[in-house]
Design a protein around this ligand. Structure first.
Ligand code: 13P
Length: 339
């Protein structure tokens, strides 16, 4: 492992004004997204959709890296160029999702453990060969009555740390993603309490596994009200609670925090990030690694029709640009197009 090289990649992923596009939806997830726009999830449709995203002119000003799925990292653009090369030519770093999904945790109803450690050490060099320079592993923590349990958090933190150590051994920057879900009626205070516990255990495990934090990135949820909570916290409260929580548990050796959007609307995700960056004085870069918040308007514009591709690219460029502004603390809701 060369920590200097990992650190350089980690820093480039959180360069000023830039963030990550998460385009690593697994086969079942992309099928769900396509179903919502009535597009069949065929291999060619998945390829055509990712092609649209990766060939949007001008997007590299705001997008530093793209997370790919196993199928996607092996696919090619319409002109035959491998997707990894399409990205590299624009100065965008290719990354790869390496977990195999969150499965039921035996004995713990309602809780999940992420699978994919078996054989991971063998899979990683191939991904690096294919062009990946960073990786992602997502752990899922649900809030509900009596959950999460300490055991579930610990098991997921342990898996995240084993994954991160293996990535660094293979020369890949691990993005460590413990997602506390916003599903449920819990308050923002409960989200803060759970996220604090989760991140504390995750960093204890990363340290115990001798992971070089400088060569890693954290991908957490923001501290938000549960979707079903009657009182919804606004951007100011979300930003303050999120930065407070992270300050308590994330060492400054981590160069960047790349938030997931987790079901926030594209606008909310951009606004919350913008307010955090406008607050200033955080010891890490505060950036994005959004899936839905970057792609929802693109999918709705595209709807599987070749004729809609130019407009869909414009929709992607707009979201990328607004999140780029949020990265610099220059975003205002007045920059949003009229509804
Ligand atoms: P969302 O931004 O849609 O939450 O997706 C990010 C991601 O990569 C989840 O693993």
């Amino acid at each position: 492992m060369n920590v200097g090289e990992l650190e350089a990649v980690a820093r480039s992923l959180v360069a000023p004004g830039k963030g990550i596009l998460a385009a690593d939806e697994s086969a079942p997830t992309i099928e769900k997204r396509f179903k919502a726009i009535e597009v069949p999830s065929t291999e060619e449709n998945r390829r055509a959709y990712r092609d649209l995203l990766f060939t949007t002119p001008g997007v590299s000003e705001f997008i530093s890296g793209v997370i790919l799925y196993d199928e996607t990292i092996r696919q090619r653009s319409s002109d035959g160029t491998p997707f990894t090369m399409v990205l590299e030519r624009q100065g965008i770093v290719p990354g790869i999702k390496v977990d195999e999904g969150a499965k039921a945790l035996v004995g713990f109803p309602g809780e999940k453990i992420t699978e994919g450690l078996d054989g991971l050490r063998k899979r990683l060099p191939e991904y690096r060969e294919l062009g990946a320079r960073f990786a992602k592993w997502r752990a899922v923590i649900d809030i509900g009555t009596g959950i999460p349990t300490r055991y579930c958090i610990q098991a997921n933190a342990h898996a995240l740390a084993r994954y991160a150590a293996l990535c660094q051994e293979a020369g890949l920057v691990p993005i460590v993603e413990p997602e506390v879900l916003m599903d449920g009626a819990h308050t923002i205070e409960r989200c803060e309490e759970v996220t604090t516990e989760v991140l504390s255990l995750v960093f204890a495990e990363l340290t115990a596994h001798r992971v070089a934090l400088e060569g890693s990135l954290l991908k957490p949820n923001m501290i938000v009200s549960g979707k079903g909570c009657p009182t919804q916290a606004g951007a100011g409260q979300v930003a303050e609670a999120t930065v407070r929580t992270l300050s308590r548990v994330v060492p400054p050796a981590v160069h960047g925090i790349v938030f997931l959007s987790g079901g926030q609307t594209p606008r909310q995700a951009t606004e919350n990030l913008g307010v955090m960056n406008a607050m200033g004085k955080a010891p890490w870069e505060l950036s994005f690694s959004y899936g839905r918040a970057l792609q929802d308007p693109v999918l709705k514009t595209w709807r599987g029709k070749a004729a809609n591709i130019p407009a869909a690219k414009q929709a992607f460029l707009l979201r990328a640009k607004l999140n780029g502004a949020a990265r610099r603390g220059n975003y205002s809701t007045a920059m949003e197009p009229a509804a």
